[in-house]
Design a protein around this ligand. Structure first.
Ligand SMILES: [Zn+2]
Length: 67
């Protein structure tokens, strides 16, 4: 899928990877990984938005894939 080439060379640069490593899913405590502009839990598959470079790890805000 084509993506517009702006000043950002990497989508993952919206958040520091070293910060993500210290975070865990608030629902299942699984590990998180950066997927474009959100964090995806490897355990339960929920995705959390990243707002202004800050991950919003709130279970109520998570988008579940179980739909
Ligand atoms: Zn999880």
């Amino acid at each position: 899928m084509p993506a517009p080439l702006n000043s950002r060379s990497e989508l993952a640069s919206v958040i520091d990877a070293s910060i993500v490593e210290q975070l865990a899913c608030p629902v299942c405590l699984g590990s998180l990984r950066v997927a474009e502009t959100k964090l995806v839990c490897a355990g339960c598959g929920r995705s959390y938005p990243i707002v202004d470079g800050i991950p919003v790890l709130i279970a109520e805000r998570a988008a579940s894939l179980d739909r």
